[in-house]
Design a binder for this molecule. Structure first.
Ligand code: AKB
Length: 370
């Protein structure tokens, strides 16, 4: 049954999507949109060949796993300038790629016949402040290279942005998709630059630029120089030593999401037909919490966890970022929905960190306490 809202959504969808999707009933426009959008990629179409830059960072390896499952191992090329572990080599091609070397990138795009580029290379907020010239090179010059490459070779390009793209002049609770953006970190400045340049290339040259602003992403990979990384570090340190010193104040509220939600947002967004995208840059989030709230949830798994607080420069960064992120436009336009709340996130992180990172000895210790 088709209601008036579903008709409007359907008018904006390409025929292939409508043909492939299975709509049985329509209780609300939102539900209709979800059932329409949640189609898996069309299996009759040729799989895209995808290059991931900065592939050995927090998101790359897991993202490659998800894409390889959907598009085939050989079609997803993970790249970085650091030496891969055996595990990163196990599931598909890995190559050296320096985003500051334009010719080198051109060679890769041509030799591997790349269609989509996922550009993860970047210095995060805290580490960027420690080496601003390097952050300018990697986050800005590197991005200039990949965006130009995407334009020349007509690639679909995804560049993540962040809650760090906002600053003290932005509304913090909630922070809408479009508002004042005057960040106070080089990381934030570089991300606003990427958002604007991407939008400009889209309007000027028709570049298929796509960008999601992620909140703090929580995964079992060790912390990588971000301000939200306390929410990762506490699992690594807390599970082994049962104590953690937090560099943010207990009431510092920030938007967050579990990696699985982050990657499903990315996957769904990459596969959304252009006709449905009313913007090139969308906020996405799953929840907001403070250190105090996270630690009290973790204490359900580690009852003798001892927390102390020693705020440092990262406190200043965090208190100028959004507290609650408004992602209603992503939910409306392409059906974004998160799965993990705080309770599920903590449960999954305890499981992931134990499984992936703790040595046999420390795992034995952990199990005797948890
Ligand atoms: C950071 O804290 O720098 C990142 C981010 C929120 O973009 N995790």
């Amino acid at each position: 049954m088709w209601c008036k809202h579903s008709f409007k959504i359907a008018q904006r969808l390409p025929k292939t999507i409508l043909r492939d999707c299975h709509v049985t009933s329509c209780r609300s426009s939102q539900e209709m949109k979800r059932s329409v959008i949640n189609v898996s990629p069309n299996t009759t179409e040729k799989s895209p060949r995808i290059l991931i830059t900065g592939g050995l960072g927090q998101l790359g390896t897991e993202c490659a796993k998800l894409l390889r499952k959907n598009y085939g191992s050989e079609n997803v090329i993970l790249s970085d300038i650091i030496k891969p572990t055996e595990e990163s080599l196990a599931n598909g091609p890995f190559i050296f790629a320096d985003i500051l070397d334009f010719k080198g990138l051109q060679k890769i795009v041509v030799n591997y016949r790349i269609d989509w580029l996922i550009h993860f290379s970047a210095l995060l907020s805290a580490v960027g402040e420690q080496n601003v010239p390097l952050a300018v090179r990697v986050n800005i010059e590197g991005m200039h290279n990949v965006i130009e490459l995407a334009k020349q070779y007509k690639l679909r390009i995804f560049i993540p942005s962040t809650i760090g793209a906002f600053g003290p002049d932005s509304p913090r609770n909630p922070t809408p998709n479009v508002t004042v953006q005057r960040p106070r970190t080089i990381y934030g400045v570089s991300k606003v630059h990427a958002e604007l340049l991407g939008e400009y290339y889209h309007h000027r040259f028709g570049l298929d630029f796509r960008c999601l602003r992620f909140p703090g992403v929580i995964s079992s990979d060790p912390p990588g120089g971000g301000t939200t990384d306390y929410a990762v570090a506490v699992f690594h340190e807390g599970l082994v030593t049962r104590k953690y010193e937090c560099y943010l104040e207990p009431h510092t509220r920030l938007p967050m999401m579990y990696i699985e939600d982050c990657l499903s947002a990315l996957f769904q967004f990459l596969n959304t037909p252009n006709e449905l995208l009313l913007r090139r840059v969308y906020n996405v989030t799953a929840m907001s919490f403070t250190p105090e709230e996270l630690f009290s949830e973790l204490k359900k798994h580690v009852p003798d966890l001892k927390i102390s607080y020693k705020p440092d420069g990262r406190q200043y960064i965090a208190e100028n970022w959004p507290q609650v992120f408004d992602d209603s436009e992503a939910r409306r336009d392409w059906g974004w929905q998160h799965k993990y709340n705080l309770e599920k996130l903590v449960e999954s992180m305890v499981r992931d960190v134990k499984k992936n990172f703790l040595t046999k000895r420390s795992l034995k210790e952990v199990n005797s306490y948890v």
